[in-house]
Design a protein around this ligand. Sequence first.
Ligand code: ZN
Ligand code: ZN
Length: 555
Amino acid sequence: MAKNKKLKIIPLGGLDEIGKNMTVLEYGNEIILVDCGMAFPDDDMPGVDIVLNDITYLEKNYQKIQGIFLTHGHEDHIGGLPYFLKAINVPVYGTRLTLGLVEHKLKEHNLLSRSKLIRTKPGTVVAVGQNFKVEFIHTNHSVADSVALAIKTPVGVVIHMGDFKIDTTPIVGDVIDLARLGQLGKEGVLALMSDSTNVERPGYAMSERTVGAKFEQIFANCNKRIIVATFASNVHRVQQIIDAAVKYNRKVAVSGRSMENIVEISIMLGYIKVPEGVLIPIDNIKRYNPNQIVIITTGSQGEPMSALTRMAFSDHKKVEITDKDLIILSATPIPGNEKSVSNIVNELFKIGAEVIYKSLAEVHVSGHACQEELKLILSLVKPKYFIPVHGEHRHLVLHKQLAESVGIPAKNSFVLENGSVIELDKTSAKITGTVQAGKILVDGLGVGDVGNVVLRDRKHLAEDGLIIVVVTISRSERKLMSSPDIISRGFVYVREAENLIENVKYVAEDAINQCLRRKNCDWTTMKNALKNSVSRYIYEKTERDPMILPIIEEI
Ligand SMILES: [Zn+2]
Ligand SMILES: [Zn+2]
């Protein structure tokens, strides 16, 4: 009976973390997805490139999936798409710039020709299957063309805000469509999912425009070459840097792969406007005086391979930073990146460059709503049920409390975990279970083949190093053919520890001989005996615990 069916909302990622956002909406035999993001690895995942969502639940239900609806073009919302589409090829809906960025990504993975990308724009409604109608609503955020989604289902309207702020003086386009959100609120909204990133910050996020004024002020009083590092996807920021450059007669060069890509896509699609002759190839910067140049670059997070880092460490082919440069870091370090940002700032100071990095409020504003904006959205939308999303656990709890302060009863707000299943009908909402959710690690070309065991080994190797013990035995004569070989990496510098290594040889020899004397000594026993005795000896002498890798050759 259709009447008794419930709507399931299942966040597969994006809760208890900032990253890999993905939400499942399921009704009867139909599923739609909101976003398909990725996350960057934590410190305890050495060698891992990116982190994806476990999509086992969706693989089991792939025939139900009608499409993926994207809110905007940030990596934590679109970065998982190439991997997802390889497994489950479904239509992807998004706005122009969002799909422009997606196209580039799919091209890199050779997936573009078989993918179904469907372009929409704010104000349009897309109907998929029997049960879902998705309306795109214009918002403000640090990447252009961001939207919220109003999803009409048989049990009511669910609004997913995406990432947003309220910018009353945006650089390009309109203010977030508060009128439409208010109208939907009046008609009745069953559930709201809203961005919790900045819930700890009181007041309002500042307008992107304030940054432009600061740039102009800096540019007006500067005789040096200017290098600005910011997020590649922040096209409004890039536009303001270009505007300031034009005003003070500087040429603009762009450096860094993602910056070059996004600037090219944005100019092509009309999201960045540059007067003729302003943009010059990075190779040509030497033809101008320093005070005629601005370089826009990646590396605001101190990423080791980024253009700014390479410039600072004299490892960039085209640009070397000197004491005659002014560098502006126009971004806040993402939590976890503070150390690498501080390293790069130190390096720039060593060179003697002038660095603007501290007065962040002036050269950077956040793209996420603060408390007053969040309250305004809650009050306009007036949802019956509220699900805070896009945040760590404390953000979600605080957002729930904020909702309570504007009249949404605590019992109607749900702090969920990735994989939680909440079931709603017109008059009730209840957490009814969980589905499989979690992290899939990507290292190079391998997806999901780096599991806990591999990570444990990598940490072990990183912390304590490795000792390889090679022994050659004659099985027929039951004796050791020569003294064991000891090879170590990342443990001690062998030449300074000759005694220790010599003794390890004796210990290994002993262990093997004892084994060989016994009647039925198999390889596993021998390997374990070798490993245990060497490990015990080294710990006694050094209180270290390197990984021991025994290799037994039989001749
Ligand atoms: Zn996000
Ligand atoms: Zn975002």
